[in-house]
Design a protein around this ligand. Structure first.
Ligand SMILES: [Zn+2]
Length: 191
């Protein structure tokens, strides 16, 4: 997936809006860094001033929107539109990451739809949501959906919790849907 994005990026073929369905936070951060990284390579360098500021959520041309309380509200989308209307602070590019995009109230959804229908040049929007079904079909028609492999992220989570020597980890994580389920069964499976 990352390789594909790098190729698209290098050939200027990224579409203007994506929906990452599933655990898309990591890929969104990776892609954002790859867009802004000053060193052209297969991976963002992680060390240039762009990468470093994105890591600490302090890049002027990267805008992250997430629910304010229960939902994403129209004012947040209006702010996004306003920022997109200006050119990027440092270059022309801007990235908008909309987390939990399935938690938009109807007014916000409609405002976002308008934004996606008339995209500003050099803007990349990344919507992240657990389930594609919970997003307005009209919005879905404006974005390219990328399904994030849940099993991979579960495996990663299990490894980060210290189950590194678990031989059946890759297989397990394709049949289990949560880390709790994995932990409940892991002893049994280990025997
Ligand atoms: Zn970099």
């Amino acid at each position: 997936m990352k390789k594909r994005f790098t190729t698209l990026l290098n050939n200027n073929r990224l579409v203007h809006a994506y929906l990452f369905e599933g655990d898309g936070n990591e890929l969104a951060m990776w892609l954002t860094k790859q867009v802004f990284c000053k060193i052209i390579s297969d991976e963002p360098c992680g060390e240039c001033s762009s990468c470093r500021r994105i890591n600490v959520h302090n890049h002027p041309d990267v805008h992250v929107i997430e629910p304010d309380g229960q939902a994403i509200k129209i004012d947040q989308i209006r702010l996004l539109q306003k920022e997109a209307a200006y050119k990027g602070v440092e270059g022309s590019k801007q990235v908008f990451i909309i987390k939990q995009a399935d938690r938009m109230n109807p007014q916000a959804s409609n405002a976002l739809l308008k934004f996606l229908e008339e995209p500003f040049q050099d803007t990349l929007s990344i919507l992240i949501a657990d389930k594609r079904d919970s997003i307005l079909p009209t919005i879905l028609s404006r974005v390219q959906t990328i399904r994030i492999d849940v099993s991979n992220s579960l495996e990663r989570e299990a490894r980060s919790k210290g189950y590194t020597s678990h031989k059946s980890l890759p297989i397990l994580s394709t049949v289990m849907t949560s880390i709790e389920e994995f932990e409940k069964h892991q002893e049994v499976v280990d025997e």
